[in-house]
Structure formats: structure tokens, C-alpha cells
Design a binder for this molecule. Sequence first.
Ligand code: FES
Length: 156
Amino acid sequence: MRIEFKLNGKTTAVEIDPGDRFLDVLRDKLKLTGTKKGCGEGECGACSIILDGILVNSCLLPAFQVDGGEIETIEYISEDKIGKAIIEAFCDVGAIQCGFCIPGFVVASAVLLRDNPEPLEVEIKSALSGNLCRRTGYAKIIEGVKGGSKALKESE
Ligand code: FES
């Protein structure tokens, strides 16, 4: 079957099988490998993307459900103002070690800062609760989100 949707601002069509997961379509068919495959079971957040403005785990998303929707991936988010500020702040505070989980954290943080530009720490923790990091630890990542928020405010 063929699905058509907006991908990172461009209308895109792709042939899928009815049982395909959107994560695999993104990585294997559309070659957008910034979205990572971690647990594959909805536990780690490495595969985070935005569907119609909402943060979702693409490993749990049946590809046919994307038909007619609007998808944003890390490739797109990392080029916008919020994404750039988050990535810069993550680098500044040392929030990145192996980097595997970082695309998911950046996507989740971008969704948070779009809705809530100056989040409290508890709100950051809650927004990132679906994302796991096994290297850096969460303190630096939370610091990075705060840094991104501060940089965005200063740039206004
Ligand atoms: Fe999707 Fe872990 S790969 S949540």
C-alpha cells in the first residue's frame, strides 16, 4: 500500500507493507537514520519523532497510521531555532557521550520548549521521562534543556 504524508516539511509518498513500523520505514526506506532504533518496544525513546505536533515512539507507530499526517524528525528539528539551541546547550554542558540517545532527547526537549519555553525542572523531568540514557546521566541533559531555554530567551 502507498501512504502519503508531510515529512520534514515536504510531501512524501512511500510504499509500505501493512505490518511495517514507521521507524523501519524512516530508516530503511527513507534513509533518515538520525532516528535511532533502541529497544524497539517503546521503552527507551531513541526513536522519538513528532507526529502532528505530538511526541511519539516511532517503533510503536504502525506506518499506515502516518498516512495524511505530518512528521518531523531529528534531521528537521536540528535545523530549526529551538533544536539548534538545545543541541548547542547539550554540547556546552557536556550532555553528550556516546550520543545514541541524544536525537530522541533533542526531539522530546523541542516538543517541551515549543509548548513551554521556560519549563521548571520538574516539567523537564516529566517531558523526558520516556527517554533513557545509559552513559551521560540525566543531570547534564536536564542542564542542557535549561541552557537551551535560556539561550532562546536571550535571543528574543
Ligand atoms: Fe522505540 Fe526504544 S526504540 S522506544
